[in-house]
Every structure is written in structure tokens, then in C-alpha cells.
Design a protein around this ligand. Structure first.
Ligand SMILES: Nc1ncnc2c1ncn2[C@@H]1O[C@H](COP(=O)(O)OP(=O)(O)OP(=O)(O)O)[C@@H](O)[C@H]1O
Length: 922
């Protein structure tokens, strides 16, 4: 069967011929001409089976070729007795009589079948026996069988068309169908044993025919004749086409030739079909070289014509001349042609001209060359290819959508992209996995008990909260908490990001919301978690200021509608996460929608310790977990859960890189240093002047941190470039929730320590303090405009407008703010300068030590400056203040902000010494 399928090239070729009329003429006509000697090409009058020669004669005739069939004595067109689709006699479709059949030993025709005329049969015989496939004994017999069993009318038409050269692409399909019907019939006749075992009733057609045949004397004779013919061929009847004998009805074997669809029948039928099909459609041919062409055909004058198609040239030989010169050549097979490849048409023409000139062929006898143009298949492809491609793409897109079309719109755009987790699949997270966040857990626990035991609430007439907004900085565990809620309550969990509702097509977002809630309703009780809800839930009033966004508003409205649509008994809880609770639409936040607002802030020292414990359990470390987690958490103020998870993982990676057996404290501190400060940039080599400047800059910060009472405890100071900075001083700011005026002043003064140290020790200053200035300015501005720390401006709060379009104060107030900010910075500057002038010697000591060691830790400072004149915080003393350690201490993160509301930026400490332009230093 696969062979049959492989015939597609043949089909294409057939198609190509049928598509171009001119091409077809060029390609087909010569063949018809070449076969002038054959009965087929002569279009001789048909003769009819009643006047047929006896089988022996017939075989002889078919061998004779030229003289056969055309013999006028055989033609009795006026007395048609055999049904023939071409015959002018009996009406088409009219079955021959039993006596007619019997006379010729023919089997009755099924409906839609015809007998071939002798001429057609001969042509078919000729075609099949000389076709590209070698004939096997059975197949030879199949040819003679065809005469007896007839052919489907479709096949007879195909044969006619083939002769006329009018085969089209549609004919291939028809041909296959007819050929297969014929082959099946032949196969069944060839293997009557297939039917032997069958108990089913003989088919009517055959039963009738067999009874008629058996009762018909002539029929018997005919059978005898056929039998004789069979006998002449000893193999026939053994296993081959023995069924040209109608089966004996008395014999118990099922004689029906049309019944049975056993696989053997199928295989045999397919083989025959393939053979016939190939004979009809396979043009056959062989590639030769130009030299062969010239030597074997051109020089001998055998070439009748050449047809150029694309980069191939088909050589059509004069068959008669070729036959006389090469009687056994394959070139004599019908449909067989030699062909050769050419680089270009011009080159071919030139070469042919030269060859003909050399051979002295006169102009009048030159070989005609015709051009078939592009193959029909190619032109078909070019014509319909883009359209097919487009249709294909559209089809592909429609299948690709999450819903594959259907309810979600043509391409499934309207389908929700929410990922569904269930207890069995992904949500294995429990509250125990969420460290810290005790209050948040408690709040959300209520949802769990509602999902688990709704009666408890309904019984008392309590309305169940519809949803909760989890608000907080990134990575603080909002999603984790939502998952844990699902994990604890054991209900399906739909997780989707707000941005997934947003599509460029209007209405898609709303449609996705609808789809999400519809799916959730089907899976109730369940939890829907919409992460980053601010992507769609932004205040509509805010949006209008900038022209609005219809699509987003439609999506938001749909969410509002859906949440309103729940009835109190519907067990669907909607949780939403956001980092920007301040921008959310008020309608979303009102009771009845997101009833609960759960704030999830960066974890406290204890929270961090808990989170460290969760992640330390997952790695191999022999450190004492209580001490380790405490020390690490005090090193990481401001870290969110995600940062902690990342740090622990980073430490494990560093340990693995060092082939360590377990992860040690040092690995953890290196990891924290790396997360905060960035990678050490060993490749960045500073020149001595730059290095000295950096050392004095950092020493200035370090001295300030040491001698200002409210400065944060210093952990480490270094001049090794890391991340974006050329050096850094690290302090341990602790979790500050409130900051006093004096703390802010000390912090600002310390931040200016780098630049002032440069001023005091070098004739010029550098660009390295730019980042420090930025921090100082921000702090001073916040003091004046938000924290009411300026007497002149007073206790006012001017909201920082990020867009910088509106100034929320008058020109005059603006001027006053500028003056006050400047005054505060100058105060900090003076405070710092006074200290560093006083401690100029100590700055020098620390700077020189830094230059020689590149990094100083707290113990070095104590050694060089003596103990710090102020008491340190408890946690600092607990983990860092004890015995002097020679190990470099891990750097803390930049100082956290005093967690005051509306703090625009954390009032940063002088943690980094920004990259300096080498030009400026020199
Ligand atoms: N309290 C915590 N306990 C344990 N792990 C935590 C905790 N908080 C955060 N994590 C870790 O941080 C990862 C990120 O947390 P999550 O995705 O929940 O943050 P989020 O607040 O939703 O962040 P975003 O606002 O960026 O979406 C979690 O997968 C988990 O590994």
C-alpha cells in the first residue's frame, strides 16, 4: 500500500501535464506519433468480441503488434454484441447476455463495469507488459484475466485518456479507485481458497452467473476453451489466476469472486493495483549524459525531438529507427524517455547548435526543441502556495490557542490562561512552608476554614468574605501564602497574572475574566489567585488623566461584576497579590469584593530567621542552625523571603564550586556579600592614584561611622571594586522603623564623609561622591517635604509626584523648600567636616591600612582606633560584638529605610563609592 501512496510524484506529473494545454501537446503528441505502428495509435476501428479470434490467435496477434487488431476482417462494428464503453452498439451499462458471456468465457459484469475492446485490451496488454515494472507470471495471467472479467468503466476512460494524452490530476484518483476495484476482483479470482472457508452466501451476481454458465452449453464450451488455454500454461490454475474457471456450484467452495475482504486479497489487490497504476502513470525514463546522448543517439540520427522543462531535457527518439538499431532497447517501451540535466537553457542551445554544426546537420533537419515551461506542479504551487500557507497558518493559530477555538473565540484568545493546580498536582505548599508572616497567615486561615467547613459560618448567618488583597513588596511571599491557602484547604487553585488578561484586542481581557470565573464555578470550592492585579485593577480615575485604557477598564469592570455575581454560598475565594496597593481602584477594594486587605511587609529580624531556618533545612550544613540563622538574619535587614531563598542557594553554589563537604558560615557571608554588592571585579585594576583616592574616600565614611553616635555599626570597609562601585563601606543598620532627626543628620553626615575626606587629603576632588550626594539630597528633601523637620516649611506633606508634571506647592514654597534642603545638607556637611578635620590622622591611618590590606573588618578598626565610644545594638553585640574574629564579616545590605509612610526612597547610607572617571582623578 505504501508503494501506492508513494505515487504522489506520479500524480504531480500527471497534474502537470493536464494543467498546461500547450505543454501537454508538446509532451504527449510525439508519443502518439511515435506509436504510429501500434494499433492504439492508429485509431483503428474497433472490433467486437463476438467476432474475436480464438484465444490462441489472440495471443499471437498481441505479439505481432503492428499487424494485429487492425485487420479489417475482425471489425464488425455493425454487429456489436459485447458491451463496450466505446462501442456504438449496445447501450452503455447494458450487461451482455449470459450466452454472450459464455461464448467468450467471460464473467458477468458487475454494475459499472465494461469489457475492453480487443484494441483497448491489446493496448493495455502492451502497456502493462512493457511497463516500468517487471512482470511476474501471475501478472501476465492477470492481463488475460482482465479481458474476461472486464474493467470498471472509469478505468476504460482513463486508458482512453491516456492514449489521447489528456490525463489530468483528477484522473489519478479515479484511476486508483477503478484499478483497486479491478485488482480486488482479480485477487479474489486468483485466491478462491480465500472464500472456501467462508460460510457466507455466494453473492447473487456470481451465483447467477455460475448457474447460467453451468446450464449453458456454449458457456461450457467456452470454459473448456479457457481450460485448454489454462492447460497450456502449467502454472495457471495452480496458484495463479485459476478462477477463470467459474467455480462449480456443487463444490462446497464459495464461488463469489466479489466477496471476501481478507488481508491476502487486499495485499494481492494492492500489488496488482500498484502495477497497473505505475504502468499508466509512470512515465519511466533514464538519465543520460550529454556525451552518451551525442554518441548513441545524436550521431546516429535517432533523436526526433527534445523537450526542455526546467533544468531537464527530455529526449524523444524516433522509435522505428531506434528499434531497427537497438531492437532490445528499453527506449522502445511506451512512455520511456531518456533525459539529461542542463545548467541553463542558453548553454544547452549553444551546445546543441555546436554539436549539430559538427555533425553537419543541415538547418532544415535540425532537431526541434520545444519548451515545456515550468512544471505544472510548480506553477500550481506558486499560484496557490501563499494562499495555502496563509490558510495553514490561520488553521494552526486556531488550533494553538488555549482553547483551540470554540467558546474562547475563533483563536481561543478569550480563554483564560489561568494555570490550574490541584492538591494532586502542584499545590503541596502548606502554611508550615511559609515562614514568618504570622498575622497574614492568621487572617487567611479564615478562608481555609470557610472552604473546609462553610456550614460553621452560614449557620450563624455570617457572610463569607469574597476575597483578600495581599499587598507588599516583591518576593515577600504573597503567592506562596495564596498557594499555601489552597494547599491547606485542599481545593483547586487557579493562578493567573493580571497581565495575562491584557491583550491587544479589545474585549479579550473581559472574556478571559468571564472564562476564568466560569471555570472556577465549575470547580468550586476553589481559590482564584490573581497575581499583580494592579496590571488591570488600577484606579480608573488615574487612567483617565492619561487618556484611559478601555480594554483595561473593561477587564476591571468584568472582575467587579464577576465578584458581585457570587452568591454567599458559592465557595470561591479570590485572592489577589500586588506591590502597588495604592494605585488600585477603590471599587475593587470595597467590602463585598476584596474584603480583606492583608499587608505583607519585608520580614522582621525574627521573620528572616524563620525563613532562613526553612531554607537551611534544604541544604547540607554542619553549622549550628540557631546561631547561623540569627547571624544571617541580622546581616540581611530588608531582605524579602525571595532574597533569603536566593542567598541560601547562592551559598550552596559557592560551597559546591569550592568542593566543600558542607556549606559553612563563610559561604553564606560570601553569598550575602555577592547578593548585596555584586560580583567582585578582579579584572578592574585601579591605578595607584585612583586606589589612594578610593582608600581615603572609604576611610572618611568609616571614621564617620565609628565616631557618630547614631551611625550604623560598621562591619567592613573595602577598596576592592565590586558590582558598580570602586569600593564600599558596610554597616549594619538593623531594622529601623522610626528615625530621629539626629539619626538622619548623622547618617547624612556619614554619607558626605567620602567627599570631605577627599577635600581634606587631596588638592582636588573627584566624581566619586555623586551617588552620596544623591542620597543626601533625597534624605534632606524628605525631611523638609514629608517629615516636617523644617521649621520654615512647617508640618506639611507634599506628595512626591513621580511624573514631575505638577508641583504640589507654590513657587514661593518651592523656593523655601530648596533653601531648607540646602541648609540641612550644609549642616550635615559641617558636622562631617568638623569630625574629619579633628580625626584627620585617624582617617590617614585607616586609609593607609586599607591600601595595604584592601579590606578592613570591625576588629581591624578596634585595633587601629580603639573600641567604639558608643554602645552597639543588642543583636549586633550578640552576633558580631563578641570575640574578635579574623574572618571577614559578611557585609550587610544598604541601610533599610526608616519604615515611615510615604518614604519615597530609603534614606540610604554611604554604602557605595561610585565608579569614577579616571580622567577626573588625575
Ligand atoms: N515567608 C516565606 N517563607 C518561605 N519562603 C518565602 C517566603 N516569602 C518568600 N519566600 C520565597 O520567595 C519566593 C517568592 O515568593 P512569592 O512569589 O510568594 O513572592 P510575591 O510576594 O508573590 O512576589 P511578587 O510580588 O513579586 O509576585 C517563594 O517561592 C519562596 O521561595
Amino acid at each position: 500500500m505504501s508503494s501506492l501512496l508513494r505515487r504522489s510524484t506520479g500524480l504531480a506529473r500527471v497534474a502537470s501535464y493536464s494543467l498546461s494545454a500547450s505543454t501537454r501537446a508538446t509532451l504527449r503528441t510525439p508519443r502518439a506519433l511515435r506509436t504510429t505502428s501500434s494499433a492504439w495509435a492508429n485509431q483503428r476501428p474497433r472490433y467486437y468480441s463476438s467476432d474475436q479470434k480464438p484465444p490462441e490467435r489472440e495471443r499471437k496477434d498481441s505479439k505481432d503488434g503492428e499487424s494485429d487488431g487492425a485487420t479489417p476482417s475482425k471489425e464488425v462494428p455493425s454487429k456489436p454484441q459485447m458491451k463496450n464503453h466505446n462501442s456504438p452498439g449496445p447501450t452503455e451499462g447494458e450487461a451482455p447476455t449470459a450466452s454472450e458471456n459464455a461464448k467468450d468465457g467471460r464473467l458477468p459484469l458487475p454494475e459499472g463495469w465494461v469489457y475492453l475492446s480487443d484494441a483497448e485490451y491489446e493496448k493495455l496488454q502492451n502497456m502493462l507488459s512493457t511497463g516500468p515494472l517487471s512482470l511476474k507470471e501471475n501478472e501476465k495471467r492477470a492481463i488475460s484475466e482482465i479481458k474476461r472479467v472486464g474493467v470498471p468503466k472509469g478505468l476504460a476512460d482513463i486508458l482512453k485518456k491516456r492514449q489521447d494524452g489528456t490525463l489530468g490530476i483528477a484522473d489519478a484518483g479515479k484511476a486508483l479507485k477503478s484499478i483497486y476495484a479491478l485488482s480486488k476482483r482479480l485477487a479474489e479470482l486468483d485466491y478462491p481458497e480465500l472464500q472456501n472457508g467462508s460460510q457466507s452466501k455466494p453473492s447473487k451476481s456470481y451465483a447467477e452467473s455460475s448457474s447460467k454458465n453451468s446450464s449453458n452449453e456454449e458457456g461450457k464450451k467456452a470454459q473448456d476453451g479457457e481450460q485448454k488455454q489454462d492447460d497450456q500454461n502449467p502454472k495457471m490454475g495452480e496458484k495463479g489466476f485459476n478462477s477463470n474457471r467459474p467455480p462449480n456450484p456443487e463444490n462446497n467452495s464459495d464461488p463469489s469472486p466479489l466477496r471476501g475482504n481478507d488481508w491476502v486479497t487486499t495485499v494481492v489487490g494492492s500489488a496488482i493495483a500498484y502495477w497497473i497504476y505505475t504502468s499508466i502513470f509512470d512515465e519511466g525514463g533514464r538519465e543520460i549524459t550529454w556525451q552518451e546522448l551525442r554518441k548513441n543517439f545524436l550521431e546516429k540520427g535517432l533523436v526526433e525531438k527534445m523537450v526542455v522543462y526546467g533544468h531537464k531535457v527530455r529526449v524523444e527518439l524516433n522509435r522505428e529507427a531506434t528499434a531497427s538499431m537497438y531492437p532490445d532497447s528499453v527506449a522502445l517501451r511506451p512512455g520511456f524517455n531518456y533525459y539529461f540535466s542542463i545548467a541553463s537553457v542558453e548553454a544547452f542551445e549553444r551546445r546543441l547548435d555546436e554539436a549539430q554544426n559538427e555533425l553537419g546537420i543541415p538547418n532544415s533537419d535540425r532537431i526541434p526543441v520545444s519548451y515545456a515551461g515550468e512544471s505544472g506542479f510548480m506553477s500550481l504551487l506558486m499560484a496557490f502556495g501563499p494562499t495555502l500557507l496563509l490558510v495553514g497558518l490561520l488553521f494552526y493559530a486556531s488550533r494553538r490557542g488555549p482553547g483551540g477555538g470554540g467558546a474562547g473565540g475563533v483563536f481561543g484568545f478569550g480563554k483564560s490562561k489561568a494555570k490550574r493546580f490541584s492538591q494532586e498536582t502542584a499545590v503541596k505548599v502548606k502554611f508550615a512552608d511559609v515562614a514568618g508572616l504570622d498575622e497574614a497567615k492568621q487572617e487567611i486561615m479564615e478562608f481555609v476554614s470557610f472552604l473546609q467547613k462553610p456550614d460553621k459560618f452560614v449557620r450563624l448567618g455570617a457572610k463569607i468574605p469574597r476575597g483578600a488583597i495581599l499587598a507588599g513588596p516583591p518576593g515577600t511571599g504573597k503567592t506562596l501564602l495564596a498557594k499555601a491557602t489552597a494547599g491547606e484547604s485542599g481545593v483547586p487553585f487557579f493562578s493567573v497574572s493580571g497581565s495575562e488578561f491584557v491583550e491587544m484586542f479589545v474585549g479579550v481581557g473581559a472574556s478571559r475574566v468571564r472564562d476564568l470565573f466560569a471555570t472556577a464555578r465549575k470547580s468550586a470550592p476553589c481559590i482564584i489567585f490573581i497575581d499583580e492585579i494592579d496590571a488591570i485593577g488600577r484606579s480608573r480615575a488615574e487612567g483617565q488623566r492619561f487618556g484611559g485604557n478601555d480594554e483595561r477598564e473593561a477587564t476591571l469592570n468584568q472582575i467587579l461584576t464577576e465578584m458581585d455575581g457570587f452568591n454567599t454560598s458559592e465557595q470561591i475565594v479570590v485572592l489577589a497579590g500586588t506591590n502597588r496597593v495604592d494605585v488600585l481602584d477603590k471599587a475593587l477594594m470595597r467590602p463585598g469584593r476584596f474584603d480583606r486587605h492583608i499587608n505583607i511587609d519585608a520580614p522582621t529580624m525574627a521573620g528572616r530567621q524563620d525563613i532562613f531556618k526553612v531554607y537551611l533545612k534544604k541544604i547540607v550544613t554542619h553549622e549550628e542552625i540557631e546561631y547561623l540563622s540569627g547571624r544571617l538574619s541580622s546581616l540581611t535587614p530588608g531582605f524579602a523571603g525571595a532574597d533569603i531563598a536566593n542567598c541560601v542557594n547562592e551559598a550552596a553554589l559557592i560551597a559546591a564550586r569550592n568542593n566543600a563537604a558542607s556549606v559553612t558560615l563563610q559561604h553564606f557571608e560570601q553569598a550575602i556579600e555577592r547578593v548585596i554588592g555584586g560580583l567582585e571585579r578582579k579584572s578592574l585594576v585601579l591605578n595607584p592614584v585612583e586606589k589612594k583616592t578610593v582608600a581615603y574616600h572609604e576611610a572618611g565614611h568609616a571614621i564617620c561611622g565609628w565616631f557618630f553616635k547614631y551611625a550604623d555599626p560598621l562591619l567592613k570597609v573595602s577598596i576592592i571594586p565590586r558590582g558598580k562601585g570602586l569600593g564600599y563601606a558596610q554597616y549594619l543598620p538593623g531594622d529601623a522603623y522610626l528615625m530621629s532627626y539626629q539619626q538622619l543628620m548623622d547618617r547624612m553626615a556619614m554619607t558626605l564623609g567620602g567627599r570631605i575626606s577627599e577635600e581634606l587629603h587631596f588638592p582636588t576632588v573627584t566624581t566619586g561622591a555623586s551617588d552620596d550626594f544623591s542620597k543626601v539630597t533625597q534624605m534632606a528633601t524628605a525631611m523638609v517635604t514629608q517629615w516636617g523637620m523644617s521649621e520654615k516649611v512647617g508640618p506639611l506633606h507634599f506628595r512626591n509626584d513621580e511624573s514631575k508634571i505638577h508641583k504640589p506647592f507654590s513657587e514661593m514654597t518651592g523656593q523655601t523648600i530648596d533653601e531648607e534642603v540646602k541648609r540641612i545638607v550644609e549642616m550635615a556637611y559641617k558636622q562631617c567636616k568638623d569630625l574629619l578635620t579633628e580625626k584627620k590622622k585617624e582617617v590617614g591611618i585607616i586609609a593607609e591600612e586599607l591600601l595595604s590590606k584592601e579590606m578592613l573588618v570591625r576588629d581591624d578598626m578596634i585595633r587601629l582606633l580603639g573600641p567604639r565610644p558608643f554602645d552597639d545594638r543588642d543583636d549586633f553585640t550578640k552576633y558580631f560584638g563578641g570575640t574578635a574574629s579574623t574572618e571577614p564579616k559578611g557585609p550587610p545590605p544598604p541601610p533599610s529605610s526608616p519604615s515611615l509612610p510615604d518614604t519615597p526612597e530609603p534614606p540610604a547610607a554611604p554604602a557605595m563609592f561610585k565608579a569614577v572617571d579616571a580622567q577626573d582623578i588625575r
